[in-house]
Design a protein around this ligand. Sequence first.
Ligand SMILES: Cc1ncc(COP(=O)(O)O)c(C=O)c1O
Length: 380
Amino acid sequence: MSAIYLDYNATTPLDPAVVDAMLPYLREHFGNPSSTHDYGKTAHAAVEQARTQVAALIGAQPDEIVFTSGGTEASNHAIKGTIFVQAQSLLGKWFGRLKGHIITSAIEHPATLQPCDFLRRLGCKITILPVDRFGLVDPESVRKALPATLVSIMHSNNEVGTLQPIREIARIAKEHGALVHTDVAQSLGKVAVNVNELGVDFLSIAGHKVYAPKGVGALYVRAGVKLEPLIHGAGHEGGRRAGTENLPYIVGLGKACDIARQALPQATERIRSLRDRLFQRLQASLGERIILNGHPERRLPNTLNVNFVGAVGVDLLQKVPQIAASTGSACHEGQVSQSPVLCAIGVPPEIGKGAVRLTVGRFTTEEEVDRAADVLLKAL
Ligand SMILES: Cc1ncc(COP(=O)(O)O)c(C=O)c1O
């Protein structure tokens, strides 16, 4: 697999140090973290160390971290768990329709939009806020939509990279007594994230976006905030998520968070300079035939989503198998359809069909960026 990997927002490779940290828990340390003998104690200690490592990256307390199967489960848990807690207090109304109001945005990941839609079908009110042409949610639009049970706005968008004003949104939401959830799946390790600076109650983490394996993640739950489990069973994770812990993967996530914490803020600058180098090279040749999607500054430092005017993203990427990247459009039966995110930011379909997402990461080199630019320009 020698293609230049420019799809770090889709998934990241495992950091070799993460693999090294995991291996002993695949080979020797097989104990159940709930067992009281030494095998169990070793496993338990590893889970708790990982919890501390995840918490340290986001400025949380270790017992505010719940390990999950990934970012999707974390967001489902925050959203459904909040509404289900409320449902329990509606004694005698179990067979009635659910109450509650969730405010979210049009450019959320399906991991947020789909649980919201599920709750809407059960009776919840769901408000989906529009975004501007950069993909930004206006905090004043949140204010107008309040009161709510929960405000769920992603920290950064996976397609265009726009970073939301979460701190301001959370401040406004709190004034009206709403809980706040943010999905940091794409932000973690790329920019600094701190739960107290943001003022959020819940925060979703996806392991495979931060050089840990797929199938592991975490949910931050602010101390004292009630949340109904999604998965009921024994009392794992402080009674918040039942099921024997995925020991090696949790160890991997902890190590990945530890590496990310130590690598910031240099990592931010490194990926920003690679991303900007790629854009400058393309722009120097294409001029007005390349248009940036997302916010020019308030954006993930690794994310370059551009429309190649006159091209079709799917066709372009097919022409350049030397590059592994994503498009902003899908092709079904010869028809090109634009992603909901590009639609929400108002990219005209004739331009958006040329959208390509190029995302760099920890293992991207300058030489790869230069080669990718050359290959793309040649194909165009
Ligand atoms: C913003 C965002 N949230 C959530 C997820 C889902 O995470 P996972 O794949 O771990 O379930 C992704 C992954 O694509 C994502 O980009």
